[in-house]
Design a protein around this ligand. Structure first.
Ligand SMILES: [Fe+2]
Ligand SMILES: [Fe+2]
Length: 253
């Protein structure tokens, strides 16, 4: 079971990078399921129905979200019908959407769970307790993949160790900077602290540089805009059966 997981797609540059790079990558590699974090796909903030359709058309099967889930209000119109779209499972109960989805591929059931960290992430329900609950209720699945959307590396590594052996893979998202620690944990879970982002290279985490520096230096509110120009796609390609993980960072031509 091969799974490609693409890191936070930021704005049009990120979406174009996916559309340009996926066909190239497919010439050398193959996968059965493509997951992407899409919390920044609409101009850096949230997602729209049209953008979700655009991403599905590039070959992405499942989209995960994060702290930017609700930034574009259009999501409330379609999230409850979007079986492919997963927002953090540890929001309070009765929030729209779903915290996981199960897809059937080659006769196997693959669950994709989205969880948010708590450290520097605002107040969320405990991701450890929520993971215990979901891993139990999804124990009939052949593979469980968790997108752990978090800021603090210690929390991400600690979470991965907590579910080691119970999930097929824990893929970190949110920091937009790819870490070089991909590997197999002792009990058999594939892991990377952060898969990285997919967006403009000349940017701060995919956003235009100027307003970010202005906010950092003046502390005044600024309007952040997704940066344009040459982009890169950060991802990992996993073989869940062989327990292998390959880190990918490709630049669009
Ligand atoms: Fe993000
Ligand atoms: Fe995020």
């Amino acid at each position: 079971m091969k799974v490609l997981f693409i890191g936070d797609i930021v704005g049009g540059s990120g979406r174009n990078a996916v559309a340009a790079i996926l066909p190239e990558l497919a010439r050398e590699q193959s996968w059965d399921l493509c997951i992407a974090n899409a919390e920044n796909s609409a101009g850096g903030k949230g997602i729209t129905a049209a953008i979700a359709e655009e991403l599905l058309a590039t070959g992405i099967d499942v989209m995960t979200m994060g702290n930017h889930t609700w930034d574009n209000k259009e999501i409330f119109k379609f999230i409850d019908d979007a079986h492919y779209l997963v927002r953090p499972a540890n929001y309070p109960i009765n929030v729209p959407g779903q915290g996981y989805t199960v897809v059937e591929i080659k006769g196997k059931r693959v669950a994709v769970i989205n969880l948010s960290g708590q450290v520097f992430m605002g107040s969320m329900d405990c991701p450890f307790a929520k993971a215990d609950e979901l891993l139990l209720s999804l124990s009939d699945c052949d593979y469980i993949i968790i997108d752990f959307h978090g800021e603090a590396t210690a929390e991400k590594v600690g979470f991965a160790r907590y579910v080691d052996g119970r999930a097929a893979a824990v893929i970190g998202t949110h920091t937009h900077i790819q870490t070089a620690d991909e590997g197999l944990l002792p009990q058999g879970t594939l892991y990377i602290t952060d898969v990285g982002a997919t967006g403009a290279i000349n940017s701060v985490l995919g956003m235009e540089v100027g307003p970010v520096i202005k906010r950092l230096t003046t502390k005044l509110p600024q309007r952040f805009v997704a940066a344009k120009g040459p982009a890169m796609m950060c991802a990992v390609l996993m073989d869940l059966s062989a327990k292998k993980i390959l880190r990918i960072a490709l630049t669009a031509e």
